[in-house]
Design a protein. Structure first.
Length: 95
């Protein structure tokens, strides 16, 4: 196992995974709320149905957030938890 920030994070992940499989579906739901597919549904709905200004601001915020997120990922360049510790189950993988 790698030293540093990963140690505490892996213990938290293992704790949550040991609570039971019932947590898989709520976690997948929360993962969906942070996915591009969710925002591709919500942003146009806000723009066309609620308020164009709110939809535009949301789109700009999401674009800025994606850029900052990419920069932070490049800066920290940490491995995925399931790469470091075989006890961590990978429920999904990203490209």
């Amino acid at each position: 196992m790698l030293p540093g920030m990963t140690d505490g994070g892996i213990e938290i992940i293992l704790f949550l995974q040991n609570l039971g499989n019932w947590l898989i579906y709520p976690m997948k739901f929360f993962t969906f709320l942070g996915s591009e597919n969710f925002f591709l549904l919500i942003a146009p709905a806000l723009y066309w149905c609620i308020d164009a200004g709110i939809g535009l601001r949301l789109g700009l915020y999401l674009s800025l957030n994606a850029g900052i997120n990419s920069i932070i990922k490049i800066f920290f360049h940490s491995p995925r938890p399931y790469w470091v510790d075989g006890r961590v189950m990978a429920l999904s993988t990203e490209t």
